[in-house]
Design a protein around this ligand. Structure first.
Ligand SMILES: [Zn+2]
Length: 334
């Protein structure tokens, strides 16, 4: 498939301009200042150490903690980010209504629109300035510290975004710092090629085959496009069904289609990207010469599709036992 892509060029002036645009976010506050919902408290510490299996008594036993020279029990350092978590309600609200507008949201949207749709956390470096004591009220400020040039990784090509999170107490004294790095990547660009890889059709969703439509998929596997035909009144129908919508007869036979038609309508999809498909993905509603309509992929350049375009069948093997029709531009063949 010779689909064009929306990807940013890997090098050259456009790539540099894009990086410059990304780097305007460096130094900006990533998200609004976050305040801990609860002060550092024994209950949350106890749940954490029980879950982690950490039996150090300085986290749970006041006397034991004092015997080490501390003023009382302290929180395990790895709990740092949990004091600032927003909770289930805020998470579900963000999932429903989208993340609130912030420089981080805008930066991620910019990358997502350029095809960098994958995300993975790559580094989490934490520096503890002092231990957290019962009653500490934390505040966290996050600043976008760096956006890397485009790098091709094993996951795909992308940009690393480093955020510096600074944790302070009620007196605005720094208690900890956290450098958090994510990779926002385009999974279609592999390390081996540096170019978008053609998607493997074997990863696509499989069609739902049942008794009423099995003949159609069986024929497709043999690269034959057929149309179900009523044996009583001669009406053609697609998609397949058990009885004739015109006369109600259950008797039917197959009619071979010529495989030619015209585009009745189409849609070109960019996101979200399902595995196994090349994007942009153009899906056609084809008026077959015989009179029925069929939904199928377009194998040509999405730029060339239009309503009324003459097309002809062009089969695609999904691997295994599935072959489905797609359609090519008939004007380009003649
Ligand atoms: Zn009929």
């Amino acid at each position: 498939m010779s689909a064009t892509t929306q990807q940013r060029p890997a090098a050259g002036p456009d790539a540099e301009e894009f990086l410059t645009q990304l780097r305007t976010f460096v130094g900006q506050q990533a998200t609004p200042v976050r305040y801990a919902q609860d002060a550092v408290n024994p209950a949350m510490i106890r749940h954490f150490v029980e879950a982690m299996g950490d039996e150090n008594p300085v986290y749970t036993d006041e006397t034991a903690a004092r015997s080490t020279g501390r003023s009382g029990i302290v929180a395990p350092p790895p709990m740092l980010s949990s004091w600032l978590m927003v909770g289930y309600k805020a998470h579900t609200a963000a999932a429903e209504h989208g993340a609130p507008d912030s420089p981080m949201t805008r930066l991620l949207n910019l990358l997502g629109d350029a095809g960098y749709v994958g995300v993975v956390a790559t580094n989490d470096e934490q520096e503890y300035v002092r231990e957290l004591r019962i009653g500490d009220r934390l505040k966290m400020t996050a600043v976008i510290e760096d956006v890397s040039p485009r790098k091709v990784t094993g996951l795909g090509a992308g940009h690393f975004i480093t955020t510096l999170r600074t944790y302070t107490d009620a007196d605005d004294q720094v208690v900890a710092r956290q450098r958090f790095r994510i990779l926002r990547f385009d999974p279609t660009v592999t390390k081996s090629s540096g170019q978008p890889a053609a998607a493997d059709p074997g990863l696509r969703h499989r069609p739902f085959v049942m008794r009423d439509n099995q003949f159609w998929f069986d024929a497709a596997r043999e690269r034959r496009l057929v149309i179900q035909t009523c044996s009583d009144c001669g009406q053609l129908r697609h998609p397949p069904g058990p009885s004739c919508p015109q006369c109600g007869s259950f008797a039917w036979h197959e009619t071979a289609a010529a495989g030619r038609g015209t585009v009745h309508s189409y849609v070109t999809s960019h996101h979200p990207k399902a595995p196994g498909y090349d994007y942009p993905l153009t899906v056609l509603l084809v008026d077959l010469e015989e009179g029925t309509r069929l939904v199928a992929d377009y194998s040509g350049d999405p730029e060339t599709v239009r309503v009324g375009l003459p097309v002809e069948v062009d089969w695609l093997d999904y691997g295994g036992d599935v072959t489905l029709p797609r359609f090519r531009n008939r004007e380009e063949q003649s």
